[in-house]
Design a protein around this ligand. Structure first.
Ligand code: SD4
Length: 300
């Protein structure tokens, strides 16, 4: 059989997340369990300043978290602008399993998480608060490409997007982020929006996005990548097409911005493409071996 990928996730920190997802999949056989366990790793990482509790706050000093989980049977749950809770991905899953809804935000999401007994954690962390106070001195807002891989950058913005394709062809995905550092209060990016930050479709494939969320949301990026695969493109061609579309649509506005897509089809073939150089991802095969790879990009 052709070489296939089992788990695909954004950035080099995706390797640790893939390992947790793989271990959980071996244990329970559930793809949702696997992607949830994977996403919880960066959410808990005190060094990660744009996923989970150590994420940088918004402009007003509040850490607000966004997450989504989805499978290929029409199950989806998401939260946005959630404060005080350590694991938004788990709250998103609970929204999916325990409510008739797909998406809870802000205060309502908070109430729900509280009623469900999820763990709270103090945010921002002292380090994130320091970065925010530092940022307040100039209060300039300009996202930097690939800050994900330069820990400590004042404008860190990483997201973990994870895609899982079982050997049977069954699919699931998860995406979790603290969004853009020092964003306007109430800002929600692409990550928790089904079709933008993540999309999964049975018999076709799954896609996720990272980078400047507004640019992804404008084109419903992940849904577009999946639609291209449905129409017969390879995952690589589909990711490239979405990036090209953004570049053409937005021109100068995205000259320095990073946007990247990852995709996997139901046969376990993968694709990755970005506007700028520097987008890395972690791919794990069915034997549990992980490789960090670098995506193609529009600049070279
Ligand atoms: C957002 N897409 O909130 C996220 C941030 C991100 O790498 O992915 N950064 O816009």
């Amino acid at each position: 059989p052709a070489e296939r990928t089992l788990i695909l996730s954004t950035w080099d920190f995706g390797a640790a997340a893939n390992a947790a997802a793989y271990a959980q999949w071996k244990k329970s056989g559930s793809l949702l369990d696997a992607v949830e366990a994977g996403a919880r790793i960066p959410e808990a990482d005190p060094e990660n300043h744009s996923v989970g509790h150590a994420g940088y706050p918004d402009r007003d000093g509040h850490v607000t978290l966004d997450a989504i989980i989805m499978d290929d049977r029409g199950n989806v749950g998401a939260v946005a602008a959630l404060e005080d809770f350590a694991h938004p991905i788990s709250v998103a899953r609970r929204v999916m399993e325990k409510t008739p809804h797909t998406f809870l935000v802000g205060e309502g999401a908070h109430q729900f998480a509280e009623a469900e007994g999820f763990d709270k954690v103090a945010m921002p962390t002292p380090e994130a608060e320091r970065a925010w106070r530092d940022w307040l001195k100039t209060a300039r807002y300009k996202p930097v490409a690939n800050s994900e891989n330069q820990r400590g950058s004042a404008l860190d913005h990483d997201t973990i997007g994870m895609l899982f394709c079982a050997p049977s062809g069954q699919l699931a995905g998860a995406c979790t982020t603290s969004g853009m550092a020092f964003k306007l209060r109430g800002r929600v990016g692409d990550s928790p929006q089904a079709g933008s930050g993540l999309f999964v479709e049975a018999g076709v494939g799954a896609a996720t996005a990272t980078g400047v969320g507004e640019e992804v949301t404008r084109i419903a990026g992940s849904a577009r990548v999946v639609a291209s695969m449905r129409a017969g493109m390879t995952p690589q061609a589909a990711c490239r097409e979405a990036v090209l579309h953004i570049a053409r649509l937005r021109g100068d506005a995205v000259r320095d911005a990073q946007v990247a897509f990852l995709a996997i089809d139901h046969r376990g073939r993968i694709g990755a493409f970005a506007l700028q150089p520097g987008f890395t991802f972690a791919a794990t095969d069915p034997a549990g071996r992980t490789r960090i790879q670098t995506a193609g990009n529009l600049k070279n």
